[in-house]
Each structure stands twice: as C-alpha cells, then as structure tokens.
Design a protein around this ligand. Structure first.
Ligand code: UN1
Length: 502
C-alpha cells in the first residue's frame, strides 16, 4: 500500500487544500481519516479546509480566472491534453487507489481513470469547437451572432462513488471553456482527490499556471452553495443534498448543474434475448456493489418470461465472487460505510414487509468484513414506496407487466429519471420505449444496460435527478455564458420591429 501511496505522492498526512504546485494552503481543521472499506483500516489522513483556507482558495481561483479566461481556447486545450497524457501514465496506480479507497473492483477503478482520459480527449477537440450560431438580422447590413464566454471560478462537488471521473467531466470541460474551479470531493474519498490534484499541479506548473484547478477537502459544500464568487455549482450526489444545494444557489440566482440519484429500470420484454439481458442486469445491479447513480435497481419483466429471467439471475448472482476488490476475479467489493450496510438492511425489511419475496442474497457477510453484503434480488407484488426510493446498495426489485403501456407506467412511476433500458428484439417496442410517451429518463438504451455510459453523450437525467447534463455532446454550454451580439455595419440606425423614433 505504501508503494502505491508513494507513486501518487501521497503521505500518511496530506493537506487537502491546494491551488497549485507549492500552493498547498495551511488549515487548522482536524485531519479526517480515509478508511479502506474492505478492512475498515485507515489508509491515510487529509487535513480539510477551514474557513480561512477556503477563502484563500477561492481568491486564488478567482485571480487565476482573470488570466485564464483570455487564453485562447485551443491553448487551454493543450493543458488538458497534457493532463490526459499524465492520466494515461497514472492509469493503473490511480485506478488502484480508487479501488482501495472506494471498494469498487480494480477493473472498475481503472475504467474510471479511463473515463477521465476519454473526457480529456473529448475536451481537447472541444477546445476548437466552442461554436455559437449566427443569425440573419432583420435589419440591412446588420449581423447577429452568439458567442460563448467563460463564466468564472466554478464549484465542483463530487460523490464518493466516482471520486475522480465526475471531477474530470466537469474539470476538463470547464478548463477548455476558460473557467477556473474549486473542487470539493467526498469526505469518503479525499485521497483520490489529493492524488489528482498532484497531477493537476504538475500540468499547471509545466504551463506556468496556478489556481485553475483547486481543491478544498472538507465540509465546505454549504459555503460554496452560498458563495457569490462561484457563479456555477456542479453538484453530484444524493437527492436531498442536491435539493438543498439547488435552493441555496437559486437563492443567490446562481446556476447549478445537478446530477442526483437514479432509480434505473430495465424492461425485459417477452421478445428479449434473455442471455444478453441477464448479463446486462448483473453488471448493472451488482457492479460497483449497486453504488452507481446508474445502477440497475428495478426489472420490469413480461409476465411470460419473468420466472425464466429470475431463475437465470439467481443462478448468476450465486456465482458472483464477493471479496477484496483488488483481488483478481472479485466481482463485488464492500459497501462504502457501515451506514450503507444498515440502510440496505432497512430497505430489505421494508421490501419484505411490502410483500417482497427474497429470491437470493439478503444477508451481510461479516466473514469477509463488516461492510460486505450479498447482492440481493426481491420479487415485488407492486411498486411500493421502498421500490420508488433509491437505496445505494445492490438490491434488485423484480416487477412484472402484461402490456408495454403498463410497463412504461411502472417505469416512469418513480421520482427519479436518470437511466433506463429495454431488452427486446421488436423494433416497434424499442421505438415505443424511445418515443415521447416512452421512457422519461435522460438516458434510454436498447439492448444494453443502464450503467456504464460513454463520455461522448450528455450525461444526466430528469425529475429528481436534477435536470443537469455533464460530459459529452453540448454539455459544455453549462460552463459558459452566452452573449448575443448584433453589429451594425451601415451608416443608418434602423430599429428592430420597424419602429420609428423621430
Ligand atoms: C455516477 O454513478 O455518478 O454511466 C456516474 C456510468 C458511469 C458514470 C456513473 N459512466 O455508469
């Protein structure tokens, strides 16, 4: 473990407040301990920001913005290209640290770093494509167009489950857009953030920069939401916290970009390839121990194939190797905290009280460690309240349907709207699922699962998921301000709408 920490410039005690190479800010706050969820043992400690350190950091990010906003976007892209190159070099150790600190299996940890690399590549290309539209003016010899300008120093608040990738979706785009940023990572995964800050520092130093990428570990979320110096807060996390952040940011008329919880379902039709569906469901529901916002939580299966599908799933679940996430062959590691284990237990009690029939799992695995649980499947008679909630754990609820309309009603009958999928070989059913009266989610897939989205698409969802879009497509627009410009190239002053004012 020490060799890994050394490779990533981490020590037993680390500063968690930084705005650049040799700009680690001192703080009087008590260190927080980062635990390995597999063993419960401490990995290392991080000193979070106190109020003064936080203020220094925001001031640094604001000062950096004064210059950074005027650097040509393709030049800003070069910085992100170097960040991507460094991440390629550190893919394995950083992926391993993600696995160590969050308990996701090594392949998923490394995959997460790959996601960072991918978004860097995307952002480099984007740095030459921050396009605005041009419009034909109704006035002679006038020209209209819109341009996109950087918005300022922004806040990025990320969750434990994707401790580095979510930062990179925001950071790579924000940087090429000309913003500087303050990152508040989850207190459950501060070491990943410190390791990434070290890499960002190296890139900034190579380009003679500081304050573009800054880090503030600690309980600074509320302060950020209230801080008028941060015009945009990008928040990834739970629905209740996201609601509070959004309300606070709205109170000062700031902008928030929300990526909150999901309650993602897969519809499995009687015309589905059950082999494919089973594999996708197992990855979606068991992967990351059910702790992705895109995890598959509900199966809505046609009544004629539900028994067959359930049998296949139970069989697959019983072969899932649970254990040390860094061990080759392990498919599921621990949950992040003891509280998460308790929350899973409570959810299972409520589901059983609602008439849920336990098909497999349901127990904790103290023999493996205090935070280990079995992946669990319940067959539910109805979509009761607990099924409509997001429990961040590997629980899969199976519901049945007779008509596709009925299935869609169940599908959309939850407060969240992030990801969704249908398994069917019927084009007609797939099209119905993708139509305006189909899935109400931000992501809708056909014959693939709900999790594991590529970075090229816009990522996010509707309803309680918060409506934000991050990552690919035109998500970059959230990080910029739009300016509509009209230029008069004539010697007259015609007014719009044909108004005369003489
Ligand atoms: C999250 O859980 O917050 O689509 C993000 C996926 C990943 C991202 C998940 N690319 O599952």
């Amino acid at each position: 473990m020490n060799a890994l920490l050394d490779k990533l410039t981490l020590k037993a005690l680390n500063s968690g407040v930084c705005s650049g190479h040799s700009r680690w800010v001192t703080s009087t706050a008590a260190p927080i301990s980062s635990d390995n969820p597999t063993t419960g043992e401490e990995i290392a400690q991080v000193i979070p920001a106190d109020a003064a350190a936080y203020d220094t950091l925001v001031a640094d990010a604001q000062a950096a913005f004064q210059q950074w906003r005027s650097v040509p976007a393709p030049k800003r892209g070069e910085v992100i290209r170097d960040l991507g190159a460094l991440l390629r070099e550190y893919r394995e150790p950083l992926g391993e640290l993600v696995s160590l600190e969050t308990g996701k299996i090594r392949a998923e940890g490394v995959g997460e770093v790959q996601e960072m690399i991918d978004i860097c590549d995307f952002a480099v290309g984007l740095s030459r494509q921050l396009y605005g539209l041009t419009m034909h003016s109704e006035r002679p010899a006038h020209r209209m167009y819109e341009q996109w300008h950087p918005i300022g120093a922004i806040g990025i608040i990320t969750a434990f489950n994707f401790p580095v990738a979510v930062w990179s979706w925001n950071a790579a785009l924000a940087a090429v857009c000309g913003d500087t940023m303050v990152w508040k990572p989850s207190e459950l995964a501060p070491l990943c953030a410190v390791a990434v800050q070290h890499l960002a520092n190296r890139v900034m130093a190579d380009h003679g920069l500081s304050g573009v990428f800054t880090l503030a570990v600690g309980t600074v979320g509320q302060r950020m939401a209230e801080d008028v110096r941060l015009p945009l807060i990008s928040f990834t996390g739970s629905i209740p916290t996201g609601r509070r952040v959004a309300q606070t940011v709205a109170g000062r008329l700031g902008r928030s970009l929300l990526e909150l919880g999901g309650n993602n379902a897969i519809l499995v039709s009687d015309k589905a390839d059950l082999d494919l569906a089973t594999r996708a469901i197992v990855f979606g529901a068991v992967g990351t121990a059910g702790q992705r916002c895109t995890s598959t939580r509900r199966i809505i299966a046609h009544e004629t194939i539900v028994d067959e599908l359930a049998a296949r799933l139970v069989n697959a679940y019983q072969q899932v190797r649970i254990g040390d996430p860094l061990q080759p062959g392990t498919l599921m590691g621990p949950l992040i905290t003891l509280r998460a284990v308790e929350a899973m237990g409570h959810a299972l009690e409520r589901a059983v009280a609602d008439g849920g029939k336990l098909l497999t799992g349901g127990k904790t695995r103290p023999d493996l460690g205090a935070r280990f649980v079995e992946p669990t499947i319940l067959r539910m008679p109805a979509q009761s309240e607990i099924v409509r909630e997001e429990t961040f754990a590997p629980i899969l609820y199976i519901l049945t349907y007779r008509t596709l309309e009925e299935a869609l009603e169940l599908h959309n009958g939850v407060p969240q709207g992030l990801s969704s999928a249908i398994f069917t070989d019927s084009l007609r059913e797939a099209e119905q699922f993708l139509s305006a009266s189909g899935s109400d989610c931000g992501i809708a897939n056909v014959n693939l699962g709900t999790s594991g989205a590529e970075i090229g698409g816009a990522f996010g969802g509707e309803k309680d998921t918060g409506g934000g879009r991050e990552s690919g497509s035109d998500a970059w627009k959230a990080y910029m301000r739009r300016q509509t410009t009209t230029i008069n190239g004539s010697r007259d002053l015609p007014l719009a709408q044909g108004i005369t004012f003489e």
